[in-house]
Ligand binder design. Structure first.
Ligand code: FE2
Ligand code: FE2
Length: 279
């Protein structure tokens, strides 16, 4: 029994939907889905239904794409209402969300609490000498602007930063209250918890849309063994203070197809810790 993770399935792309169907049955393993699975509630439901037959438990956090406003049968849901609609899809299909009790890992190397987080970003991953009011102009000097600026509404919050601040406060308070002292955790968030995990070699000025400096020490503060994120579309494994950080993206077809790194190869083992070959 293993705890696996993947993110950024981006099922709006037909190639990614087709590739997902190749995933072999893996039950009794558990699967973490670390966001950017789909923009449409119907696509998210299809993914949950399909993967739910292949894994014993699914744990999901939203990415920025799940929060996008898309015209659809249910009307153009915005911001908090879109998040709630996606949480409802998950719950209908038995998938654990950031709004549910933290599941306890019952398998080898346990017990561990798995903590699905929805924290968003607040533009604080920009360089220290760029003021918040200048951040969009600074990114635009390199012709960069996240589609979130028009598609990810913060409603009913005044701004995405305000929404992020509310989620940070709420999530930290919940962990303080609900995690038993000393219990190790796996923290799952779509965005990397630390700015030094950014791997934006070609688009460094995309950093403002990638997380918040407020979570810099959460891996220590909340006793993490592993922190799982996606969003960067650059899979990798990193270590900070003895804690493993896993970027588990699949990404857009043009990003994984040339390397033949389809969903079956993109699945990452989170727990128990994978054996590292020694030479
Ligand atoms: Fe993504
Ligand atoms: Fe993302």
């Amino acid at each position: 029994m293993r705890l696996l993770a993947i993110s950024d399935l981006h099922l709006a792309a037909a190639e990614n939907r087709a590739a997902l169907e190749r995933l072999p049955a893996a039950s009794p393993d558990w699967l973490i889905l670390a966001g950017d699975i789909a923009e449409q509630p119907a696509h998210l439901a299809q993914a949950f239904a399909f993967l739910g037959q292949r894994f014993a438990k699914l744990i999901w956090v939203p990415g920025n794409h799940e929060l996008w406003t898309v015209p659809g049968e249910e009307g153009a849901l915005r911001g908090g209402a879109k998040y709630q609609a996606m949480v409802d899809v998950a719950r209908r299909l038995g998938v654990v969300t950031p709004e549910d009790p933290f599941p306890l890992w019952p398998g080898p190397g346990g017990p561990l609490a798995i903590v699905p987080l929805f924290l968003l970003y607040d533009y604080s991953f920009r360089p220290a000498d760029v003021a918040l009011e200048q951040v969009l102009g600074w990114a635009w000097e390199h012709r960069l602007r996240s589609a979130d600026e028009v598609r990810l509404s913060p409603t009913p919050h005044r701004s995405r930063q305000d929404w992020c601040a509310a989620r940070l406060a709420e999530s930290a308070a919940r962990m303080e209250r609900e995690l038993p002292p000393g219990l190790p955790t796996v923290l799952v968030n779509h965005f990397p918890l630390r700015a030094d995990l950014l791997t934006l070699r070609r688009i460094p000025r995309f950093s403002p849309w990638c997380g918040t400096t407020a979570t810099e020490d959460w891996h220590r503060r909340f006793n993490a063994r592993v922190c799982v994120h996606g969003h960067l579309h650059v899979p990798g494994t990193y270590w900070r203070d003895g804690v493993r950080f896993e970027e588990v993206s699949l990404g857009y077809p043009r990003q994984w197809q040339p390397f033949d790194r389809g969903p079956e190869r993109a699945l990452r083992q989170i727990w128990p810790p994978p054996m590292v070959a020694e030479d």
